[in-house]
Design a protein around this ligand. Sequence first.
Ligand code: DAT
Ligand code: MG
Length: 137
Amino acid sequence: MERTFAMIKPDGVKRGLTAEVLARIIKKGYRIVGLKQMVIPREVAEKHYGEHQGKPFFDGLVEFITSGPVVAIALEGEGVIAGWRKMMGATNPANAEVGTIRGDYATFVGENVTHGSDSPESAERELGLFFKSEELL
Ligand code: DAT
Ligand code: MG
C-alpha cells in the first residue's frame, strides 16, 4: 500500500480550509495515517524544498511556508501519490481545473493551499522529514 506526504499550507489553514481539504481526502477514501498541526522550522522547510534551492522563488517560498501553522498529513491508499496530486490540481492555480483544490480555492502560485509529494522517493523523504515512524498508525 502506497503512502504520501500531504500538507495544508499556511494560506489554507489561515483561510479556514482545513476541514474542507480533510473532508475531500476522507471522502475520496484515502486513510489518514499521520496528522499534526505545526509551524515548520526554517531548516526543515529548506530541506523539504531542497530541490528548488537557487531558484528565484526559493526564499519567498521558505518565508511563506514557515509563516504560520500548517497541517502535516501522512496518507495511505492505492495510487495515493499520483491520486493526491490529481486532487490538488496544477501547481499554478491559473492552470488548475475546476473541481481540484487549487482550481477551486486558489488564484496565485505562491499560495496554492496544499502540498503533495511528486514521486515515491519524494514521499519517503518528506514523510521522514515530518513524521517519526511511531507517529504513523
Ligand atoms: P508543487 O507544489 O505542485 O509540487 P513545485 O514543487 O514545482 O510545485 O513548487 C513548489 C512550490 O513552490 C509550489 O507549490 C509553489 C511554489 N512555486 C513554484 N513555482 C513558482 C513560481 N514560478 N513562482 C512562485 N512560486 C512558485
Ligand atoms: Mg513539488
